[in-house]
Design a binder for this molecule. Structure first.
Ligand SMILES: Nc1ncnc2c1ncn2[C@@H]1O[C@H](COP(=O)(O)OP(=O)(O)OP(=O)(O)O)[C@@H](O)[C@H]1O
Length: 218
């Protein structure tokens, strides 16, 4: 896997019925394979930015380009294909499927894409080892701690080796000690796989340890 360079040019985005735009000519260049913290006060547009990059939301003007490809906008099928090929998403809640084991949860994106590739099981095992969940693949999500579930969610977002890793406060609902522990695994995954990463966080200490901090609304 190699990270995709990200180029956002002159982005304009206003939600229907809103008085003010969320983005009014926002531009950002992100180097391939880098790790950027995205910070800013509540409501400034951090989640909206990730949603636009992932092709999950629409915008009125400007362009978003990942690895030389325009992110499709307003075309659900093209957006879904783009996400499947290039994007790994993780959120504050890991949203693991409760009736499937941890290993099955990680295999799911491969299955959706047409069945585990040769070596898929070994790759999932390797990812689980990387995030400190070696040997726990057979467990159900309900038996994991919050930190373990967060780590599984991060690993699942990388199982298809995406070039973009978009993380929306993945440690946001954890106590500070567990958040730090999960963040260390996040750094390890990033070091090993180098996806271009945007990490939304309200935690300045974690942000300082990223290669770069992008401050929205500043
Ligand atoms: N679907 C929507 N429809 C209308 N307005 C929206 C929608 N989603 C977000 N907004 C508004 O757009 C602005 C940006 O929201 P966004 O969720 O991107 O902010 P954020 O920086 O991620 O906030 P937080 O730190 O609280 O998660 C806010 O004013 C929000 O109320």
């Amino acid at each position: 896997m190699s990270g995709l360079a990200l180029s956002i040019r002159d982005l304009h985005k206003t939600y229907a019925g809103a008085e003010h735009p969320v983005f009014d000519g926002f531009s950002l260049e992100v180097e391939a394979g880098s790790l950027c913290a995205v910070m800013g006060v509540s409501g400034v547009g951090k989640t909206t930015l990730l949603n636009c990059i992932a092709g999950l939301d629409r915008w009125e003007g400007g362009s978003i380009n990942a690895g030389g490809q325009e992110v499709p906008m307003g075309r659900p099928e093209a957006s879904a294909l783009f996400r499947r090929a290039h994007v790994g998403l993780a959120f504050q809640q890991p949203h693991l499927l409760p009736e499937f084991t941890v290993e099955e949860n990680l295999l799911m994106p491969l299955r959706i894409a047409g069945g585990p590739e040769p070596g898929g099981h070994a790759w999932v095992e390797e990812l689980l080892e990387t995030v400190g969940l070696g040997g726990l693949g057979g467990r159900l999500p309900s038996t994991l701690s919050g930190g373990q579930a967060a780590r599984a969610g991060l690993a699942r977002a990388l199982v298809r080796r995406p070039g973009l890793w978009l993380l929306d406060e993945p440690t946001g609902n954890l106590d500070p000690e567990t958040a730090l522990e999960v963040f260390e695994f996040l750094l390890k995954l990033h070091r090993e796989l180098r996806p271009t990463t945007l990490l939304v966080t309200h935690n300045p200490a974690l942000a300082e340890r990223c290669g770069r901090i992008v401050r929205l609304g500043a």
